[in-house]
Design a protein. Structure first.
Length: 322
C-alpha cells in the first residue's frame, strides 16, 4: 500500500513555544539570530544578494541605515569608507541605474540649487511606484484668480462677499508695443577633436605616460581632449622628455580623481616661451678659426690666413738671431 501523506505542518515549523529546532546543516553558514528591539535596518534580499560589486551593496546598506537628511555625497561617503572616489561614484551610478537611487536638482526660495537624493528600499521598476512629481519651488505662491460666484449660499451659512471682476487690459497693437530684448542664447562648447585631428606627437607623448607611471592610463577620448594642450607646449619649444617630466614629476600617492583631471590641471597654463635677449660680449659664443696648413712643415693648425706654425716661426727667429 502507498504510504499516507499528511499536509499538516511539522512540529518543528509550527512556531509553538518549546518546539525543537531543525538540525543544523553539515556545512555552510549557520545563523545565530538575536531579536533586536531597535538600531537595525531592513534590507531586501534582492539588494543584499545582488550579484556584482560588494562596494555597491555596502554603500546601499549604509545609505539605508542613515536617517533622512544625512549627507551621502561622494566626499561624505569617501570619508566613511576606505574606497576612493572612483569606486564610490561607480557604486552610486549602479544603484541609480538599478532604480534604487534618484537624484534631483531643486532650486530653493533663496535661489540656490541643491541636490535631493531619494533612495528606495525596493527599486521603482520592481515595486511599481510612480515617479515622484517634479519638485515645486519653495518660494511664496502667487494667489490664484477667484471667479465671481453668484450661486446662493447654503442655508445656515454666511454668504461670501462678492468679488469684483478683474477688468482685462486693452490689447496692445504691434505698432505701439515695445520690443523686449531676448537674453543671449548660450552656445555649447565645441566638441573635442578626435585622435585623427590631434597632433600625432602629442598623442604619442600622452600614450607613453604609463611607461613612467602605471597609473597614467588614458582612454582615447581623454587623449583627444588633452592633445591640444600638449601640442601648445610643443609649440612653445619644449622637448617631449621635458613635457613627460612636467606631467609625471611629484605626483600624489593617491588620486582623488581620474588621472586625466590631474594632467589637465598641469596642462592648464602653457609654459613661458624661451626668452630672447641680445647677445653681449660676455654671452657671445667664441669665434672658431678655420684649419690651415703650415707653409714650412705642412702641419695643420688654426689661423685666419696662410702662415707658418709656432714652431716654424720660432726656428726662423733663432736663425735670424744667429
Amino acid at each position: 500500500m502507498a504510504e499516507t501523506q499528511s499536509n499538516a505542518p511539522s512540529h518543528a515549523t509550527t512556531g509553538t513555544p518549546g518546539a525543537s529546532r531543525p538540525p543544523a546543516p553539515p556545512s555552510g553558514v549557520i545563523h545565530v539570530r538575536t531579536r533586536l528591539a531597535g538600531g537595525f535596518t531592513v534590507i531586501a534580499n534582492a539588494l543584499a544578494q545582488q550579484r556584482g560589486s560588494a562596494v555597491t551593496i555596502g554603500v546601499a546598506a549604509y545609505i539605508l541605515s542613515v536617517p533622512d537628511g544625512a549627507r551621502i555625497s561622494i566626499a561624505a561617503l569617501c570619508a566613511h569608507f576606505d574606497e576612493g572616489e572612483i569606486l564610490i561614484s561607480r557604486a552610486l551610478r549602479e544603484l541609480e541605474a538599478a532604480g534604487y537611487l534618484e537624484r534631483r536638482r531643486v532650486r530653493g526660495a533663496d535661489g540656490r540649487v541643491r541636490t535631493q537624493t531619494f533612495f528606495y528600499d525596493v527599486p521603482r521598476a520592481a515595486s511599481g511606484r510612480p515617479t515622484l512629481p517634479p519638485p515645486q519651488p519653495t518660494g511664496p505662491r502667487k494667489p490664484e484668480p477667484v471667479e465671481n460666484d453668484q450661486r446662493a449660499a447654503a442655508p445656515g451659512t454666511e454668504a461670501a462677499a462678492p468679488v469684483t471682476p478683474v477688468t482685462p487690459l486693452p490689447p496692445v497693437s504691434p505698432e505701439t508695443a515695445t520690443p523686449v530684448p531676448l537674453p543671449p542664447v548660450a552656445t555649447a562648447p565645441p566638441p573635442p577633436l578626435g585622435l585623427a585631428e590631434a597632433d600625432p606627437q602629442a598623442v604619442v607623448i600622452l600614450a607613453s605616460l604609463r611607461i613612467v607611471d602605471r597609473r597614467l592610463i588614458l582612454s582615447r577620448s581623454e587623449v583627444a581632449e588633452l592633445a591640444p594642450a600638449v601640442a601648445e607646449w610643443l609649440g612653445q619649444g619644449l622637448r617631449p622628455e621635458e613635457i613627460t617630466g612636467a606631467l609625471t614629476n611629484d605626483l600624489p600617492d593617491h588620486f582623488r580623481a581620474r588621472p586625466a583631471r590631474v594632467l589637465a590641471f598641469r596642462l592648464r597654463e602653457a609654459p613661458l616661451p624661451t626668452p630672447t635677449r641680445p647677445l653681449t660680449p660676455d654671452t657671445a659664443p667664441p669665434v672658431t678659426l678655420p684649419w690651415q696648413t703650415c707653409d714650412g712643415c705642412e702641419r695643420a693648425f688654426r689661423t685666419m690666413g696662410h702662415s707658418r706654425c709656432r714652431e716654424c716661426r720660432g726656428a726662423s727667429m733663432e736663425r735670424a738671431a744667429a
